[in-house]
Design a protein around this ligand. Sequence first.
Ligand code: GDP
Ligand code: IMO
Ligand code: MG
Length: 425
Amino acid sequence: MNKVDVLLGLQWGDEGKGKIVDVLTPKYDIIARFQGGPNAGHTLEFDGIKHVLHTIPSGIFRKDTLNLIGNGVVIDPVIFQKEIEALGKFNLDIKSSLLISNKAHLILPTHRLLDAASEKAKGKEKIGSTLKGIGPTYMDKTGRNGLRVGDIFTPNFKDKYDKLVEKHVGILEHHKDFDYDLSELEPAFFEGIELLRTLTTVDSEHYINNAMKEGKTVLAEGAQGTLLDIDFGSYPFVTSSNTVTAGTCTGLGVAPTKIGKVIGIFKAYCTRVGSGPFPTELHDEVGEQIRKAGSEFGATTGRPRRCGWIDLPALKYAIMINGATELSMMKSDVLEEFDTLKVCTHYIIDGKKIDYLPFDVVDADIEPVYETVKGWKTDLTKLTSMADAPQELKDYVAYLEKHLEVPITTVSVGPDRTQTLDNRK
Ligand code: GDP
Ligand code: IMO
Ligand code: MG
C-alpha cells in the first residue's frame, strides 16, 4: 500500500506551497487539501499566467490529476463558487477532477460576521484574521454545531441552517456596535450551495485509502504554516486548525503509519501577515527592501507582509513537530541585492541564550542572535541547475542543512513553475 506524502509550510504561511505542489503534481495521482479554508491563498505561475487558489488543491491545472478537498477543510460556498468560475476559462473538467468530502464543514455567512465582530471586539489585540470565518466555523465543528457538505443533500438542510443562524444571531446581539444585513449575504451562499450539489462529493476517507491500496500516489497539501498551528503556533495569534503533519491524518482519514515523505517548505528569509510575535522581524529599510523585492503582499487579503531574516530556532521546532524528511527553500532570488545576510541561530531571553522556541513567545522579550553570511549578489532567476549556482548560494544551503539536519532538496529561484532547481545529492 502506498503512503501519503505531505507538503507543508514551516513558517507563518505563504512559503510557496502552491508553486511546489504544482511542480510536484506530475508525480502524483491525487492532490489533497487536509485543513484550512479560504484563508489560504496559494499562487501558481506558468505560461505567463498567475493563478491564486483558496480552497481548491494546487493540482487542478494538471490533466489526469484528482484533487480532493478533505474532511479537515472548511468551505465557503461563496468563495468556492468564485474560484470555480475563475477556472471556467481553462477548460477543466471540474466534475471529474475535483472531489469534495461529505465531512468537510461549511462556512456560513454568519461565521464571517462572527469573525469580524470578534476581531472588532478585540481591538488592538486582534489576531489579524483574514476575516473568512475560519475561527467561528472550526469552533462550531468542535462545539458540535457545524454543518457539513453531506448535509446539503438532506431534506431538512434549510432547517439545520436556520437553527445555526439563529444561534449566531443571538451571539451577534452581544456585539452592540456591529451592524450587518444578513439578507444581503444569503443569496450568494445558497447559490454556492446549489453549485456544490452539482459537483462530486465523496466519503473521502474511504476514497483515499482505497486509492492507496490500488497503488495510487497521494500528495497532501498543507495550508497556512507550522507557526500558525492551533497547538504549536504562536498562540493565540494562530489559525484554528492543525497545520502540521498530524493534521493530514485527521484531515484526510489517513493513519499515522501511512505517512510517507514530509516535505517542509520555507522562505530563504521569513514573513508573517497579521498580528503576533515575530522575533526576527525587521522594522527598518532592510525589511522594506525584502518586501519590495519579494512582492510580499498577501495573496488573499493584499495586506503587506511583515518581513525579517530566517529564524533557525523556529525552523528547527517546525521540522521536529512535522518530522520533515526533506526541505524546499523558496524565494532565494529575492535576497540577491544584499552583500551579507543574517541568520538567527539563537534567542536571548532574560539574559539567557537558547536555541529553541520557548513557551511564551507572545509576551517574552526575545532578542535574536545572528550570524552573518555572505550574499550571492547575482540574479538567480535564469538559473537552470544548482551546479551553476553562485558559491555563496551553495554555501547558504549547506549552512542551513548543517543546522537543520535535513536535506534541502529543492531551491526555488522565481515564481514560475520552471524556476525550480533540483538539489538532490
Ligand atoms: P503559499 O500560500 O505557500 O502557496 O504561498 P503564496 O502563494 O501565498 O505566496 C508565495 C508568493 O511567492 C507567490 O506570489 C508566489 O508566486 C511567489 N513565489 C513562490 N516561489 C518563489 C520564488 O522562488 N521566487 C519568487 N520571487 N517568488 C516566488
Ligand atoms: P496560506 O495557506 C499566511 C494568518 C492570518 C492571521 C491568522 C489567523 O496562504 O499560507 P484566520 O483567517 O485563519 O483566522 O487568521 O493566520 N493566516 C495566514 N497567513 N498565509 C495563510 O495561508 C494564512 N491563513 C491565515 O493573517 O494572522
Ligand atoms: Mg498564501
